[in-house]
Design a protein around this ligand. Structure first.
Ligand code: ARG
Ligand code: ZN
Length: 850
């Protein structure tokens, strides 16, 4: 065996495989440390690209390998098994192998592993090669039949159940699929079951499998699944295609969930939900992720990716689909604001730093490092822009053409775009540049008015990103509206298509000079740089018909207020305070919307804003002034807070849009109220709440005010037995800790008996919260930098994927002062200097250092 160094793989080097797969038969004899996997794979040579048989395989003990029943000469490296073309029979042949693997010691949670006593798999992107020798690439699709032999009662795999007996079960999946969609589960599990009748009248059995004790947390997920199945039929005309759809909840999981054909596997935090243990945010996330994984059945599974560079083909599209679904289930306006908050916090942050990359990357070392906000969220924004540019009708026509034309294939972004070119007759070459140019465009605008004509002149430019110095203009759909001085809308939603660096659009025959509402509904993922005077802003705040822009005007006011407090020591203007008060008291506005208006920009957001404006952000000043503003708001709003708090009691808990909106506003109000009443209201709510949204909301309000230690202890006593609630307990106290205490608290919690570094949810609860506490993470002594680096070094040998992902905490290092930069660089270099550091983490740290 020869060990190979990590390799960079390039999109331009794509070549078809030498062999296609026809059928695959797998038998698993499950045992914790010595699982046997017998495979029987029918290959046929690819006449278009003949050559050696190349099979991927990692961490496998090969016991035997045969072709057409006979032993074969083969070469083995630590990554491949290769049979020379000269040693292969002519035409199709059957390859059989037996390997041994050890699920119990698989802490990377990739391939076949054990979690809380159950066997489960995660194969995307390249985990199947840790199960058996196989051409582990998405363009190779085969029909799988799987036999599971196990001591544990439940045995599941993809497709339909075929036969079973004492200690064994057989599954057959009629739909050809790439290996990354393979899944297997065996455990002592309970099912929460239901049924769905499809549009053509077929009955599908639905099951959510969980460990004993979790069966009361499945009803919401099951309903979300049913809603998703119906929505995909009604909106996209897509029907489910097997007799059964299974979901399994797993405690140890690197990501959110996985769309394996007919057998979705979920991080338990993304499927389990109950009023007592889950917040409204969790319910919303569960609904969205269930939909996401289900929607992959068409966008990802029936039509998959040719290679991993095309990841956005399935992820961007599926995120877009789940966003539309959630908007339909709840409120589009509120959902859009939440999406933009996420996009700015994660994707713009990524685009502005050393990890910036194309939505379709051109090279990678470890594909797991590209499951990013850019591929997912910016990928979804591209679909939204496409739809805005061509219109709803052409969008759905194009989707249908794509589904018909490519069903059963592994395709590329070009294939996707071609479907829309064909239905519209448009040339989308320029638009497609969104996939190959990284960075967030800056868009500025000037207005001129003469003789009843308004001219808007837009200018766009994209700053350089690593490896891409020169940027070209993007195609931008800019949705605008014009509002007359009396508040009436004279030009409703209109999409301007910008393709040049500078471009003007004129509106004629206007009686009076209107006020312009620009980038409605956040119609393109850009940073709008608009010099807007206080009067215009106040006007739009009061009269804009686009809810996103109303929120955006308030957001700009809040940001300007904070920036002025930080850089000039100027107190908040009455403009801002009055506008906020008016907005909060406006009962015609959705409580969820008002809650979003009351939320202040995050410290990280302020840091990026300052940096963009040429000021080095001082994390302590950001923290202090944001706290100061909270106190100013609490006292300015003191007359209306108690009333808002009482009026937005949603009563009996229902996790719907209405109830969760009220609770969101109520909790935002409580957080300020707690600064006025020494925590009386919050303490009372903490004791009486019958749901986690309010219990945790009350606790957070107390902790944010620097009190609540007793409640924190009683929260532990009440919930120590519940893993997911305990993640919250770890997370909350770190998230709101004062800057100089955060690292210390996090460090103490790593010594807590309930801390388990092997569980990604728990690791993220501590270190995700620490990096999310901006002031705490960037405390002047550098303690948090060091603590995180210590633990990344410890985790890397066990779980490279989660380690590499957490390195993103350091991606913003170039924003800060020389001291912080050098402290962060020292930690990054220390990580990089660790002997045997994984390829995953090496790639990330190297890119971050730049
Ligand atoms: N396809 C999954 C989803 O977005 C994500 C799985 C990614 N897993 C990984 N190890 N990179 O739904
Ligand atoms: Zn996905």
């Amino acid at each position: 065996m020869t060990a190979l160094a990590p390799q960079t793989i390039f999109l331009k080097d794509y070549a078809e495989p030498h062999h296609w797969v026809d059928t695959v038969h797998l038998t698993f004899k499950l045992a914790p440390r010595a699982t046997r996997v017998m495979s029987k794979i029918v290959f046929k040579p690819n006449e278009a690209n003949t050559g050696d048989l190349i099979l991927n395989g990692e961490d496998l003990t090969l016991l035997s390998a045969r072709i057409n029943g006979a032993a074969i000469p083969h070469e083995q490296t630590d990554r491949h098994l290769i049979v020379k073309q000269a040693d292969l029979p002519d035409g199709p042949f059957t390859f059989e192998a037996e390997v041994e693997i050890s699920p119990e010691t698989n802490t990377a949670l990739e391939g076949l592993y054990m979690s809380s006593g159950m066997y489960c798999t995660q194969c995307e992107a390249e985990g199947f090669r840790k199960i058996t020798y196989y051409p582990d690439r998405p363009d190779v699709m085969g029909v799988f039949t799987v036999r599971v032999e196990s001591d544990l009662p439940v045995m599941l795999s993809n497709g339909n159940p075929q036969a079973s007996g004492e200690g064994w079960a057989e599954w057959h999946d009629p739909w050809p699929k790439p290996a990354y969609l393979f899944a297997l589960v065996s455990g002592d599990l309970l099912a929460h079951s239901g049924q769905f009748t499809t549009m053509s009248g077929k009955t599908v059995d639905l099951n959510i499998y969980v460990r004993k004790g979790d069966e009361d947390k499945c009803a919401f997920g099951l309903q979300a699944l049913i809603d998703s199945m119906r929505w995909d039929e009604q909106v996209y005309g897509r029907e489910y295609d097997l007799d059964i759809f299974n979901i399994v909840a797993v405690d140890d999981f690197n990501m959110g969930a996985m769309e394996n054909k007919g057998l979705n596997i979920f991080n338990s935090s993304c499927v389990l939900a109950s009023a007592e243990t889950s917040t409204d945010a969790t319910f919303e996330r569960v609904e969205g992720i269930i939909a996401h994984e289900y929607f992959h059945n068409w966008t990802g599974n029936r039509i998959t990716c040719r290679d991993w560079f095309q990841l956005c083909l399935k992820e961007g599209l599926t995120v877009y689909r789940d966003q539309m679904f959630s908007g339909d289930m709840r409120s589009h306006a509120v959902k859009r604001i939440e999406e933009v908050l996420q996009l700015r916090a994660r994707q713009f942050r990524e685009d502005n730093g050393p990890l910036a990359h194309n939505v379709r990357p051109e090279s990678f070392v470890e594909i797991n490092n590209f499951y990013t906000a850019t591929v997912y969220e910016k990928g979804a924004e591209i679909i939204g822009m496409l739809r805005r540019l061509i219109g709803d009708e052409a969008y759905y026509k194009g989707c249908n053409l794509y589904f018909e034309r490519h069903d059963g294939q592994a395709v590329t972004i070009e294939d996707w775009i071609k479907a829309f070119e064909d239905v519209t007759g448009r040339d989308l070459t320029h638009f497609q540049q969104w996939y190959s140019q990284a960075g967030t465009p800056r868009l500025s605008v000037t207005e001129s008015w003469a003789d009843g004509s308004l001219t808007l002149t837009f200018t766009q430019s994209t700053p350089p990103t690593p490896g891409q110095d020169d940027k070209r203009p993007q195609v931008l759909p800019i949705m605008i509206g014009l509002i007359a001085p009396d508040g009436s809308e004279v030009v409703p939603n209109t999409v301007l298509e910008m393709t040049e660096s500078t471009q003007s659009f004129t509106f004629d025959n206007l009686a009076e000079r209107p006020v312009t509402s620009i980038l409605r509904d956040f119609s393109a993922p850009v940073i709008l740089q608009r010099d807007i005077d206080a009067k215009t802003r106040a006007f739009l705040l009061a009269h804009d018909t686009d809810p996103f822009n109303v929120w955006e005007m308030g957001r700009m006011l809040a940001k300007d207020t904070l920036v002025a407090m930080i850089t000039e020591g100027t107190p908040p203007t009455t403009d801002y305070l009055d506008a906020l008060k008016t907005m909060l008291s406006d009962e015609t506005k959705d409580p969820a919307f008002r809650a979003l208006c009351l939320a202040l920009p995050s410290q990280d957001d302020i840091a990026q804003t300052l940096f963009d404006a040429g000021t080095t952000p001082d994390p302590m000043a950001i923290y202090e002034q944001r706290e100061e503003l909270r106190h100013i708001l609490a006292s300015f709003l003191q007359d209306i807070l108690p009333d808002l708090y009482d009026k937005n009691d949603a009563g009996a808990f229902k996790p719907d849009a209405e109830g969760s909106g009220k609770r969101a506003l109520r909790m935002a109000v409580l957080s300020l109220l707690t600064l006025n009443d020494q925590g009386k209201a919050a303490q009372k709510l903490f004791e009486t709440a019958d749901n986690m949204t309010e219990q945790a909301g009350a606790l957070m309000a107390l902790l944010s005010a620097g009190i609540g230690q007793e409640e924190l202890a009683s929260f532990y006593a009440q919930w120590f037995h519940d893993r997911l609630v305990m993640d919250k307990w770890f997370m909350m106290q770190i998230a709101v800790a004062a800057p100089l205490e955060a690292a210390h608290i996090a460090q103490n919690l790593t010594h807590h008996s309930d801390f388990d570094m092997k569980n990604p949810n728990r690791f993220r609860a501590v270190f995700g919260a620490l990096q999310g506490n901006h002031g705490g993470f960037h405390a002047p002594d550098g303690a948090a930098y060091k603590l995180l680096a210590d633990w990344l070094i410890k985790l890397d040998p066990l779980n490279p994927q989660t380690t590499a992902r957490m390195c993103g905490a350091f991606e913003t290092w170039k924003r800060y002062d020389a001291d912080r930069q050098s402290m962060i660089k020292d930690q990054l270099k220390r990580i990089l200097g660790t002997p045997n550091l994984s390829g995953d983490t090496t790639e990330m740290v190297t890119r971050i250092l730049g």
